[in-house]
Design a protein around this ligand. Structure first.
Ligand code: C2E
Ligand code: CA
Ligand code: CA
Length: 564
């Protein structure tokens, strides 16, 4: 090293590069190396934090390597060698580095080599982020936590850096904890976090989000590489890992992914969409990687962007949101006995957007419960007006499973009923099969408490999922709403008739009434009338209409929807 001392002019050049990088460094620590002399200048604060010899160093890479955790050293030194021998242009690597007091902290280092005209690398410069500075570290795994994840995500959005984000979680961790104890659960989390970090190495950052879920953010991995990586990790854990008395524990994973290349979004919208993809993987895809496609609405209406605007509308006094009502009629008399409130959102650029295009993605969003409260309150206020024409009408309001999860959910219902002076007996809350994502005991307690207070509970979309029957067996429902897909072909299909008979009988066993949705023709109505169903809903009677339209129809009497 001594035989190749840096010249005065080369040092000046190094300083000026260092200074120009420092201007844009924000809260990271800059380093620049003149590779011809292996002479570097490092950010003073970093030098002090890690007790390095000085701002200027020969062979800084070797000095720094001494500070890196032995388990992380190989991927670090491989990365550096590849840059020095010119096989790689840059790196984006995460490792643990030791401070003078012995504590390891997670650092991410991003650097790039600059070559001379003949292609030989001359400078290697970049920045190191010391993540311990803000307590953004998960104690158990040593990985960056949810705060770190959001911090980084915001940074990528702000600087318009395209990324891919993955969410990977361990299935059935609760059961593992119950069967083997928390120590084993913790060990699995540590092993998994470590494995994920090793697998991603210098291709992105690894985070532990909460409980059993982890995330990866990468600027370099392609969709295919992401998928391949996930399949490798999945195969490894499926073979079983040995953390308990030599017994292998088989671990199943779930994963969701999305790409960010449109920056008119915020971190929370992205997170909600990522969450949606993850839950899809868990619920409906047996753990296969589910990609959130940013073009769900077609016609070039970018759904991420739209979701972002929808979220913003929630915070702007629910701007653009309104409810429409679809009549529910008595199956025998065809008189109106109630109505179902259905959410809409209207915007100058997107037109009227039906709920299927946004509710599923926002269900887990921290803003959703606020919207849910607004829906309930608005529906009950409108329902009062319906009661002037049909005093014993029941108003149906749809719930998302995430609303039920909130500890204050019951209070919200009681308070809204009280504030609007509405009778609980005339409110029916509809829940769907998605609520099986919740803890069954919790769900049962909520339903039992609400019913004890007079509120009706309906199971919506019966027959669209796998566990409808299971739900009817384990939870007490007042009404079962049969999805229209079950009766669509009933005019031609004998089997649909038999199925309807069976469902009707099953509902009878559990003391629930049956409502058939999606009655579209008089033919369907005539056939289904023979099944002693309680109520009907469908386009045949009415499409969802505004409260004003509904009231103006009701003026002529509750039989205004009956058809000959
Ligand atoms: P859902 O609760 O099953 O609501 C019935 C859906 O079927 C409505 O679509 C309605 O317009 C449509 N529909 C009714 N009759 C017929 C028919 O005869 N034929 C056909 N083809 N369709 C019919 P919409 O309003 O687009 O709602 C879709 C879903 O969005 C709802 O399905 C519900 O799951 C969800 N949703 C709507 N409003 C809310 C809400 O306020 N909160 C929550 N959490 N979810 C909501
Ligand atoms: Ca419904
Ligand atoms: Ca339904």
């Amino acid at each position: 090293m001594a035989e190749n001392l840096i010249t005065e002019s080369a040092k000046k050049q190094l300083d000026s590069i260092f200074e120009s990088l420092s201007v844009v460094a924000e809260d990271t620590h800059v380093f620049v190396c003149d590779m011809r002399y292996d002479y570097s200048r490092w950010d003073k604060k970093l030098v002090e934090t890690f007790g390095l010899p000085g701002e200027y160093m020969y062979a800084a890479g070797n000095i720094w390597e001494e500070h890196i955790h032995p388990d992380d050293r190989k991927s670090y030194s491989d990365g550096i060698s590849a840059i020095f021998d010119g096989t790689q242009k840059g790196h984006d690597i995460q490792y643990r580095a030791q401070k003078p007091d012995g504590e390891y902290v997670i650092c991410t280092c991003r650097g790039i080599a600059v070559s001379a005209e003949d292609g030989t690398p001359v400078y290697f410069g970049g920045s190191i982020r010391n993540h311990s500075q803000r307590s953004h570290i998960d104690k158990l795994t040593g990985l960056r936590n949810q705060y770190g994840f959001f911090d980084d995500l915001k940074g990528y959005i702000k600087n318009k850096i395209p990324i891919r984000i993955g969410m990977v979680g361990i299935g059935k961790l609760t059961e593992i904890n119950e069967v083997y104890g928390y120590d084993v659960g913790n060990k699995i989390l540590q092993t998994f976090g470590r494995f994920l970090m090793d697998n991603v190495t210098n291709r992105g950052g690894t985070y532990r989000l909460d409980g059993s879920r982890f995330a990866i953010i990468s600027t370099v991995l392609s969709d295919e590489e992401f998928k391949k990586s996930y399949e490798d990790i999945r195969a490894y854990f499926r073979k079983g890992i040995n953390v308990h008395d030599n017994a292998d524990i088989i671990i199943e994973l779930n994963a969701g992914m999305l790409s960010l290349d449109d920056f008119n979004v915020d971190d929370q919208t992205l997170y909600s969409c990522l969450n949606f993809a993850y839950e899809e993987s868990k619920l409906n895809k047996h753990g296969d990687l589910v990609t959130f496609h940013n073009d769900l609405t077609g016609e070039n209406r970018r759904s991420l962007e739209m979701l972002h605007v929808i979220r913003a509308s929630i915070t702007q006094d629910f701007k653009g949101f309104y409810l429409v009502y679809q009549p529910v009629v008595d199956a025998k008399t065809e008189k109106l006995i109630g109505a179902e409130a259905l959410l809409r959102w209207k915007h100058k650029d997107y037109g009227v957007v039906p709920p299927d295009l946004f509710i599923p993605f926002l269900e887990k969003d921290p803003l959703f419960p606020v919207l849910g409260e607004w829906i309930l309150e608005t529906a009950l206020k409108d329902a009062h007006k319906i009661l002037t024409y049909v005093p014993d009408a029941v108003i149906n309001v749809n719930l998302s499973y995430a609303q039920l999860e909130r500890s204050d959910f019951k209070e919200v219902v009681w308070r809204t009923l009280q504030d609007t002076g509405f009778s609980p007996k005339q409110l029916c809350l509809e829940i769907t099969e998605r609520c099986r994502l919740l803890d069954m005991e919790l769900l049962r307690n909520i339903i039992v408490a609400l019913r004890a207070g007079g509120v009706h509970i309906a199971l919506d979309d019966f027959g669209t999922g796998f566990s409808s029957i299971g739900l009817v067996k384990s939870l007490p429902f007042d009404t079962i709403k049969i999805d229209r897909s079950f009766v669509q072909q009933i005019e031609e299909d004998e089997k649909e008739k038999q199925l309807l008979t069976s469902i009707k009988e099953m509902a009878g066993i559990y003391g629930a009434k049956v409502c058939v949705e999606g009655i579209e023709t008089s033919g369907m109505r005539d056939i289904i009338k023979n099944f002693s169903i309680h109520s009907f809903q469908g386009y045949f009677y009415s499409k969802p209409i505004t409260i004003e339209e509904l009231l103006s129809k009701l003026k002529s009497g509750s039989d205004c929807f009956s058809k000959a």
